[in-house]
Design a protein around this ligand. Structure first.
Ligand SMILES: [Mg+2]
Length: 286
């Protein structure tokens, strides 16, 4: 039998132990909506900001405002991806999302035009004030660290902004942070994943990648040769319980049934990944 040093068996599949769990030396995480509950923060900041932009929104009642907040956070029209693609500035994507929301709510006249001071500056202060890790994240990351495995972040926003965000939520100890601008291409391009592995000094095939987006995280990590782990949170994991849960894409674009998480990561052969409902599941691999 020929020795392999690239972390793959002779079949080309990542190595696994007797239980079927992958052998891994380090882990990279997506940041937004994987470690950080960004959607809850966005919904809170949206609701406060839209009420200042258009005080008459109160007359609509709670339902429409809540639905608009969910759509805003989910970026249903893909403005954030246009920012990542370099077609919009960060402020422009924010204003475009606000304009869509105001129009959808039926804001009249000038109230339908987002005030830049409100949506760029004041919204930013608000959303930052709501940045929180998901409840289990700090303890699980500490346990990973204690196991001697390095931890990094690969994220689709600019590195400097994301480093500041990570530091603000207690993750300043994570040295390896690869942003959308770090290596010239965002996820799902292989380059940021490989840069993350280089930072951790781990072989891609022995590196977990945990993220909430099938398109950007799971497909990207798989293409770069990492071990993809899809994070699909239950509704109860979001602070407001609404739990739309899936980033900037539908929860299940393939139409496959999503089976909710059990305690350990579950193999998803159709998607070529593992699936977890909370980072707690990674404890089974420690
Ligand atoms: Mg994400």
């Amino acid at each position: 039998m020929t020795d392999r040093h690239d972390g793959r068996s002779q079949s080309g599949a990542p190595e696994a132990d007797a239980s079927g769990a992958p052998a891994w030396d380090g882990v990279l995480f997506d940041l937004d909506d994987t470690l950080l509950d960004l959607k809850t923060a966005q919904r809170a900041a949206f609701t406060a900001t839209v009420c200042r932009q258009w005080p008459g929104v109160d007359a609509l009642g709670e339902g429409p405002l809540r639905a608009a907040a969910v759509d805003f956070a989910a970026d249903v029209r893909g403005h954030y991806q246009r920012y990542i693609a370099g077609e919009l500035t960060f402020a422009e994507q924010r204003l475009a999302r606000a304009a869509d929301a105001l129009q959808g709510l039926g804001a009249p006249g000038a109230a339908a035009v987002p005030d830049a001071q409100l949506w760029v500056t004041e919204y930013e202060h608000l959303v930052r004030s709501h940045w929180r890790l998901f409840p289990e994240v700090a303890a699980v990351l500490e346990q990973v660290r204690a196991s001697g495995r390095p931890v990094g972040i690969v994220t689709n926003n600019v590195e400097e902004y994301q480093r500041g965000k990570a530091a603000a939520i207690g993750l300043g100890w994570i040295d390896v942070v690869v942003g959308s601008d770090t290596v010239g291409a965002p996820k799902p391009d292989a380059a940021p994943f490989l840069a993350g592995c280089a930072g951790l000094r781990t072989e891609p095939a022995r590196t977990l990648f945990v993220g909430d987006s099938l398109k950007h995280d799971v497909a990207g990590a798989s293409g770069a040769g990492l071990v993809p782990v899809w994070s699909v949170r239950d509704a109860a994991d979001t602070a407001d319980g609404s739990g739309e849960g899936a980033g900037t894409e539908p929860v299940d674009p393939s139409g496959h049934e999503i089976r909710r998480a059990t305690a350990a990561p579950v193999r998803e052969p159709e998607r070529g990944c593992w699936r977890i409902g909370s980072l707690e599941a990674l404890r089974a691999w420690l």
